[in-house]
Design a protein around this ligand. Structure first.
Ligand SMILES: [Zn+2]
Length: 202
């Protein structure tokens, strides 16, 4: 209930709840006379004007309070983790766009990481895919709707393996189970048929 009791800051003159004041055993009500906001403003103004002394005293404090300092660093890292990650991603994206050297180095680094963490990488990929599955499928559908005719034409003209496999008309068999020689034979057959048809047309 300390929040309901007010105290007036001697600096800004605003009446604030007790929680807005740092503790000070010597102060009235056991609190500092200045509110937290004014106190930190004063502290940073002093630091700005006394940079060397501020650095020195902060170093000394860190040396003498290692545990407390590490706790502060940990807390701050956790607090800003998301922001830092997104900043790093933005920086990396910019570098990828602008620097060929970075792209090469990054490719190598990714490859090394992948080789050292293969199972983790696969897990990550699977979970990312699961997260975005619906979005990806919708994207594919729109793309195919827009370019489906064009894609089918290219598949037919180039006689890609999956097109040749479909032309075999085998039901209930996975394409992977069909030997490549059979695909190649069927492709040759289709080419012969096309040549004959062309000959008849001419
Ligand atoms: Zn104040």
């Amino acid at each position: 209930m300390t929040d309901t009791i007010m105290k007036t800051c001697t600096k800004c003159g605003v009446a604030k709840g007790f929680a807005e004041f740092h503790r000070d055993a010597k102060g009235k009500h056991g609190l500092m006379s200045m509110c937290k906001v004014c106190n930190s403003a004063k502290a940073s103004a002093w630091k700005k004007q006394n940079r060397d002394r501020a650095n020195e005293s902060s170093k000394t404090w860190s040396r003498e309070n290692k545990e407390a300092r590490n706790a502060i660093v940990r807390k701050s890292r956790a607090k800003h983790a998301d922001a830092r990650r997104s900043m790093e991603r933005k920086r990396a994206a910019k570098l990828r766009l602008e620097s060929a050297e970075y792209r090469e180095k990054n490719k190598l680094r990714c490859k090394e990481w992948y080789e050292a963490n293969r199972s983790r990488a696969l897990e990550q990929m699977a979970s990312r895919y699961a997260e975005k599955r619906d979005l990806l499928l919708a994207k594919m559908r729109t793309y195919y709707k827009a370019r489906g005719g064009e894609i089918a034409k290219i598949r037919r003209e180039k006689l890609v393996d999956s097109y040749v496999f479909n032309s075999l008309g085998i039901r209930g068999v996975n394409a992977d189970a069909v030997p490549q020689t059979l695909i190649d034979l069927q492709r040759a057959r289709l080419l012969v048929h096309r040549a004959i048809r062309k000959g008849k047309q001419a």
